[in-house]
Design a protein around this ligand. Structure first.
Ligand code: IPM
Ligand code: MG
Length: 360
């Protein structure tokens, strides 16, 4: 197969971790007879530095013309980087929101799985970690607070800021359908998360999820308030299979879910539209504090590349090969600094990439 991938290395640790993922893809290509063609694009702070904007229309067009996008991370230190003195629409994050919207990537899948070997890195009590967990956070990605109108103004001498949270029934229905479809391939349980005791948008969310659920009689579903969900994630994460939620709640809950897997450096993600097209990126950020030091954990990005093979290219065997290689390296005790524990071997970002590559 010939696969055309737009590569956005981005800022911070992005270039380091994406380089490792490309190395793994090339190893897969060699073993299974596929060609991965890469086109590098700029987005985020690095694009601001060159073009004055976080994402050019030209880059969007090239991303659209590719089969899939592999993304590292964008953004810098929000208190010290000059990028944060710019108006909001010129900041690195605006590039990420623009590409999500322009490519119609409304479904964000973030799998959070506790590897047996990483139980020591899990911050939860042993009796909870021992039960393990395996959940898929299904986050709506192109609506809600992130894309509603916003402004800051002075009203009667008082500075006032407004952000708007809007969802229409179609936006809710399409993400709910994706959530139930994924649940059918997993343990057939959906937990839909909202704040229906307060928000209108959540009450509509609940109503539409209930309608969609009727088409999936085999799937058990429940509603959970977001504050309770935040608590249940640390109390009993094993209860979750698919967690279906809106944009902002999904942003917050997925960071929480990633932390209990041991490190945010373990959490892959896929952002999909209605077609096979997707953008694949680690859920974590650009980690400017460790950028350029060869310390970052490339596993989330490598697992995101595996998701790309599975969801965009239907290369399940090849995706399995990457996931097995990651598991094997963990079984053999190799760890980057974010997941290192007593009795394991500390390795650098590129060494981790090499070790995984050798096991493809
Ligand atoms: C994420 C990130 C982004 C988000 C930021 C960088 C805008 O936190 O992908 O979770 O909030 O969606
Ligand atoms: Mg986030």
């Amino acid at each position: 197969m010939n696969c055309n991938i737009a590569v956005i290395k981005g800022d911070g640790i992005g270039p380091e971790v994406v380089t490792q993922a490309m190395k793994i893809l090339d190893a897969v290509g060699e073993k299974y007879g596929h060609t991965f063609n890469y086109e590098q694009l700029l987005m985020g702070g690095c694009s601001i530095d060159v073009h004055g904007v976080p994402l050019t229309d030209e880059a969007v067009a090239r991303a659209k013309a590719s089969d899939a996008v592999l993304l590292g991370s964008i953004g810098g230190n929000t208190s010290t980087s000059p990028w944060y003195k710019l108006p909001p629409e010129k900041r690195p994050e605006a590039g990420l929101l623009k590409i999500r919207k322009e490519l119609g990537l409304f479904a964000n899948l973030r799998p959070a799985y506790l590897y047996e070997q990483l139980k020591a890195a899990c911050p939860l009590k042993e009796e909870i970690a021992n039960k393990g967990f395996d959940m898929m956070i299904m986050r709506e990605l192109t609506g809600g607070l992130y894309f509603g109108s916003r402004k800051t103004e002075e009203i009667d001498g008082v500075m006032t800021a407004v952000d708007t949270l809007t969802y229409n029934e179609n936006e809710i229905r399409r993400i709910a359908i994706k959530g139930f479809d994924i649940a059918m391939k997993r343990r057939k349980k959906v937990t839909s998360v909202d704040k229906a005791n307060v928000l209108d948008s959540s009450r509509l969310w609940r109503k539409i999820v209930e309608e969609v659920a009727k088409d999936y009689p085999e799937v058990t579903y429940e509603h959970m308030l977001v504050d309770n969900c935040a608590m249940q994630l640390v109390k009993d994460p094993a209860q979750f299979d698919v967690v279906l939620t809106e944009n902002m709640f999904g942003d917050i809950l997925s960071d929480e879910a990633s932390m209990i897997t041991g490190s945010i450096g373990m959490l892959a993600s896929a952002s999909l539209n209605e077609t096979k097209f997707g953008m694949y990126e680690p859920s974590g950020g650009s980690a400017p504090d460790i950028a350029g030091q060869n310390k970052a954990n490339p596993i989330a990005t490598i697992l995101s590349a595996a998701m790309m093979l599975r969801y965009t290219f239907d290369l399940d065997k090849e995706a399995d090969a990457i996931e097995h290689a990651v598991k094997q390296v963990l079984i053999e005790g190799y760890r980057t600094c974010d997941i290192v524990s007593e009795g394991t071997t500390l390795v650098a970002c590129d060494e981790m990439g090499d070790l995984i590559k050798q096991r493809i």
